[in-house]
Design a protein. Structure first.
Length: 86
């Protein structure tokens, strides 16, 4: 089994077509964009839509959303979650 890392740019609400089993390994700012890097099996052909949302500190977050990472930008702190129920 071989693996590869792919980068996905995140927005306030973003959906990406990507492998179902891809695992988020890092969330960081890159060139003023919030990005997430996912480790995925190159042979994983099960591609599904996966939805992501960014919340600010103090915002309400649905109980089913899965935390991925936190970034800071221009004095703001943003938290990236995968929407697991939609």
């Amino acid at each position: 089994m071989r693996k590869v890392i792919h980068k996905y740019q995140m927005g306030l609400v973003t959906t990406h077509e990507m492998p179902k089993k891809a695992e988020c390994i890092c969330v960081q700012m890159q060139n003023d964009n919030i990005c997430a890097w996912f480790l995925q099996d190159v042979d994983d052909k099960e591609i599904v839509p996966r939805k992501f949302t960014i919340y600010g500190t103090g915002h309400d977050i649905p109980i089913h959303d899965k935390y991925m990472g936190t970034v800071q930008n221009d004095g703001f702190v943003w938290h990236v979650f995968e929407v697991t129920y939609f």
